[in-house]
Design a protein around this ligand. Structure first.
Ligand SMILES: [Ca+2]
Ligand SMILES: [Ca+2]
Ligand SMILES: [Zn+2]
Length: 433
């Protein structure tokens, strides 16, 4: 992670230098890393995962997404100095909720988008609460509630960062809650960076790193052009799995079907330019989209495709116990586990002889939980194209012929299973162990 941040720093320096030659107002808005192949795969996986859940259960509905929020504001002095008041934080939180709702509309002074509003994301944000030991303990009404999750540690080293990624000790000390909780840190960032975020699928490997780091300069009510709170809206978009609209240029782009392609970020807010950096698609650049770099005045919308990607990511990576937990199965090992209702676990067995037949079955420890588990197998580990499904066979068993040296066993709990054991054998007579 740290190497990525340092690489980002060089990008920022380079971009900033070029930007200043071209146009003084241009700034590198965001320090979130560009998605690499594993990021792209992780979000594709999230899309498959939600489709998989919906296919298993006719009643399936995406959950109501209410994100608990913690604010952290390191400061130098006991009073005064770098102070961000509860009222200012409440204003940020209220704006975040507005921006993710259908009340987020085109600025009245812009004729090019007048009358247009964003679709409702269905995602809302609430103040998190801490217990007496300072641990995450549900939600509360407002930033000013007793025990609201707001910390103002007196630690001068966290008040200003000289490079992105220097935030490890701060996050280690301050981060609250699990993968559901949005932790927002306000500090001073190097260069012109206004904020940066982590992606939801990185929580598993780097739980303490998870969150959004914001420049204090982005707090609402400051000087234009970044004064509406839209930088927080943008960074939370990354935190929920979105990329920039200009990511990977015109093609393949941001991997969202309904955002207009865009070759490079847009700076400023002058829609009458009708900027169009990717021609042939009959669409102007998405300069009103929260995931572009436009001034706050222009930003007001997410698309239906972006909303769907955020929900996929939330369901898969920000719902405890639900996301993929890839576990290796070693030959000769019986895997014991438990699963919450709706949860899925993927097991991977390596070094499987080509063309051997692998047979797996699950033993359910408690009789009353028989029938709660479905097993699937395939040779790629994704949640589609199963070569075997226990739904079509006798309960809890599956087999396939190996066409690669790895096979994947996917266990899905329709209802809670407190204890199950997966037993796999290679060829009918060669039971492992
Ligand atoms: Ca275009
Ligand atoms: Ca705006
Ligand atoms: Zn960004």
């Amino acid at each position: 992670m740290k190497f990525i941040h340092i690489a980002n720093l060089f990008t920022i320096l380079a971009v900033t230098a070029v930007a200043h030659e071209r146009h003084l107002a241009e700034e590198h808005r965001c320090g979130t890393k560009d998605p690499d192949d594993s990021d792209l795969k992780a979000r594709e996986y999230a899309q498959e995962y939600r489709a998989f859940l919906a296919e298993r259960n006719d009643e399936y509905r995406a959950p109501l997404i209410e994100v608990p929020v913690c604010f952290h504001i390191p400061r130098r002095a006991f009073l005064g100095g770098e102070r961000i008041s509860n009222e200012q934080l409440q204003d940020e939180l209220d704006h975040l909720n507005m921006a993710y709702s259908a009340a987020s509309c085109c600025d009245a002074s812009l004729s090019e988008c007048s009358g247009r509003c964003s679709p409702d994301t269905g995602i809302s944000f609430v103040m998190a609460k801490l217990d007496g030991n300072g641990n995450f303990d549900g939600v509360t009404d407002s930033v000013s509630s007793p025990n609201a999750c707001v910390t103002r540690p007196r630690q001068r080293r966290w008040v200003r960062f000289r490079f992105l990624g220097a935030d490890g000790a701060m996050k280690e000390a301050l981060r609250k809650g699990d993968e559901r909780v949005l932790n927002v840190y306000y500090t001073n960032l190097p260069g012109n960076t206004l904020g940066y975020a982590t992606f939801p699928w990185d929580y598993d490997s780097f739980p303490k790193d998870d969150g959004v780091v914001m420049s204090r300069d982005t707090i609402r009510g400051g000087a234009p052009p970044y004064n509406e709170g839209d930088t927080l809206v943008h960074e939370v978009g990354h935190w929920l799995g979105l990329y920039h609209t200009f990511d990977s240029a015109c093609s393949p782009g941001d991997r969202i079907a309904d955002t207009a392609p865009e070759r490079v970020p847009y700076y400023g807010c002058n829609p009458s330019e009708q900027r169009d950096t990717c021609t042939g698609d009959l669409l102007k650049d998405p300069i009103f989209n929260f995931m572009d770099y436009s001034d706050d005045k222009c930003l007001f919308e997410f698309t239906a495709g972006q909303i769907s990607a955020m929900v996929d990511s939330y369901v898969t990576y920000r719902t405890p116990g639900s996301r993929r937990m890839l576990k290796p199965i070693h030959r000769g090992l019986r895997e014991i586990g438990s699963l919450e209702a709706g949860a899925t676990q993927v097991f991977q067995m390596n070094d499987v002889p080509m063309s051997s037949v692998v047979h797996c079955h699950a033993e359910i420890a408690h009789e009353e939980e028989e029938g709660h588990l479905d097993l699937f197998m395939n040779s790629h580990g994704r949640l589609n194209d199963f070569e075997c499904s226990s739904e079509d066979r006798e309960a809890h068993q599956c087999s396939l012929m190996a066409i690669a040296d790895s096979i994947y066993v996917i266990a899905h709990a329709k209802l809670k299973i407190s204890e199950f054991t997966i037993v796999c054998a290679i060829n009918d007579d060669e039971w492992l162990r």
